[in-house]
Ligand binder design. Structure first.
Ligand SMILES: Cc1cc2nc3c(=O)[nH]c(=O)nc-3n(C[C@H](O)[C@H](O)[C@H](O)COP(=O)(O)OP(=O)(O)OC[C@H]3O[C@@H](n4cnc5c(N)ncnc54)[C@H](O)[C@@H]3O)c2cc1C
Length: 475
């Protein structure tokens, strides 16, 4: 019987799997995973990411064993490793799922040429997004992807719901595997999470869709609600298919007994999933996205590489409570609420005027998610250099944002214990006066929570003046 090799990358599951289904059309599938230098470097950056990944690999291997097979693990460059394995197994086809960030795209290209030069059939498949980039871009005039979200979203909705891609049957493996990866291999001491893997991801989705999704319209803005789906790590490691998440949300939306607000919440949730596909296709068609602003006019605009208060931002001690709470949530858990991400990132780019790449790289060390394409797209968007085509940068007032989205300071108190015993007004209204007036408040002391490191209005105005000078009316 013919055999096909399938190399798992960031698609660590067996169901609704475009790559596995494609490989299965060429024979019984031999499941392989190569720990190559590109992915190992990303795992070394974030200890929690490494722990999640190792647990997900274990879960995948256990699922394969339950089907009479097992994962063959190898370490090294994907091209030579997979070429040698395919030859040893007598397989004529090697399939895998495409990556979307520049480094992975380059790795995939090298892999494809190594395999094809050896006379093997290479099958890179789109599995990460719910709707593959080319499917959405087919109707686009230039055929090279969308740079604006609104028209992309309009097109994306016409392609719903995505069909289940199918799965495969697997070969019993006669070739020995190297050891499964463990977090220590990537310098991580983080404990293995018990709930990584496909079953856990699906259970998390089911729980979210039962009720929390119906309040998503509120939860996406209110960090204290703790009720967004928190599926970003699962989606980035592919322990669940974006197709399945989108399809399940579409099915939930078909419930005739939903109230208008609940239906609106489901629409907003689907919109968030469309944003994910949007940023993946943006990176797919614009390989320089990781380093270069998408907007040509912003390529000359120099953000600062450092700032006297950069370390305060990094450590959650800017004195702007919502910004600091977000950073501390990230450092403590490996995740930050999406609304707070936007506010904390904008503070770095506009109040401090610091380069978005510095913020992105800083957060990368803590995030469990492994999605450089989404990180670059979102950071560029926030910094006003990417796909957001607003005429002026969207500068948030972090104090007003806290009053609006954390009105009882519940989220802030959770992550800033120094403020736990303070009244709401002291936390949410540091603007009772200037910085000097805040210093005498018992809230601020040398060993407790700091006063704001700068005056937001002054910093925002200075940034906008510079922007107007250099970008709106260039010399
Ligand atoms: C400055 C900044 C940096 C970010 N960096 C990353 C990153 O490194 N990796 C990453 O995966 N996400 C990133 N995001 C997007 C988003 O904030 C995270 O995916 C977040 O974890 C979503 O939380 P959730 O899973 O509860 O999402 P929900 O709100 O429940 O949304 C469901 C899913 O939709 C997708 N999604 C939601 N919002 C976005 C968005 N703005 N862009 C792309 N996809 C989205 C995510 O996959 C998410 O899991 C960033 C956002 C900002 C503003």
């Amino acid at each position: 019987m013919a055999r096909a090799v399938f190399a798992f990358t960031r698609d660590l599951r067996l169901n609704d799997h475009a790559g596995l289904a494609a490989a299965a059309r060429h024979g019984v599938v031999v499941p392989v995973h190569v720990i190559d230098p590109v992915s190992a470097a990303r795992l070394r950056r974030s200890p929690r990411r490494a722990a999640y990944y190792c647990a997900a690999i274990r879960a995948l291997d256990a699922s394969l064993r339950a089907r009479g097979s097992a994962l063959i693990v190898r370490r090294g460059n994907a091209g030579p490793v997979l070429r040698a394995l395919a030859r040893a197994l007598g397989a004529g086809v090697v399939a895998w799922s495409c990556g979307y960030d520049a480094k992975t795209i380059r790795r995939d290209r090298d892999l494809q040429s190594t395999l094809e030069e050896a006379g093997l059939r290479a099958l890179p498949m789109h599995d990460g997004p719910a709707i593959p980039p080319e499917d959405a871009a087919a109707a686009h005039s230039r055929g090279d992807g969308y740079r604006a979200f609104v028209p992309y979203h309009a097109r994306w909705r016409t392609l719903l719901p995505p069909q289940d891609a199918g799965s495969a049957s697997f070969a019993a493996v006669e070739i020995a595997s190297e050891a499964l990866p463990i977090p220590e291999e990537f310098g991580s001491q983080a404990p293995l999470p018990g709930d990584a893997g496909e079953d856990a991801a699906r259970a998390k989705l089911r729980t979210f869709l039962q009720s929390a999704v119906l309040q998503y319209g509120v939860a996406r803005n209110v960090p204290a609600a703790r009720e967004t789906s928190r599926l970003s790590a699962e989606l980035s490691f592919g322990t669940i298919a974006a197709r399945e998440v989108v399809r399940s949300a579409c099915e939930r939306a078909a419930d005739p007994f939903l109230l208008a607000e609940e239906r609106a919440s489901l629409r907003l949730y689907l919109r968030a999933l469309a944003e994910r596909d949007f940023f993946l296709q943006l990176a797919w068609y614009n390989e320089s996205l990781a380093e270069e602003p998408l907007q040509p006019k912003m390529r000359r605009f120099a953000f600062a590489r450092t700032h006297p208060h950069l370390d305060a931002w990094r450590s959650g001690r800017t004195g702007f409570a919502l910004v600091d709470a977000g950073i501390r949530e990230l450092r403590a858990t490996g995740w930050m609420h999406p609304r707070v991400r936007a506010i904390a990132a904008a503070f770095l780019c506009f109040d401090l005027g610091v380069d978005w790449r510095i913020g992105r790289d800083e957060w990368d060390v803590y995030l469990v998610e492994d999605d450089p394409a989404l990180a670059a797209g979102n950071w560029q968007w926030i910094a006003g250099v990417g796909a957001d085509l607003a005429a002026y940068p969207r500068i948030y007032n972090p104090v007003k944002q806290a009053r609006r989205f954390d009105p009882a300071a519940e989220y802030i108190r959770t992550w800033i214990p120094e403020l736990a015993g303070q009244p709401d007004v002291a936390i949410l209204d540091p603007g009772l006066g200037g910085r000097e007036q805040q210093l005498p408040l018992p809230l601020f002391g040398t060993r407790s929570y700091p006063p704001p490191v700068l005056d937001h209005e002054t910093a925002a105005r200075a940034f906008l003046e510079r922007y107007a000078r250099e970008v709106r009316t260039p010399a």
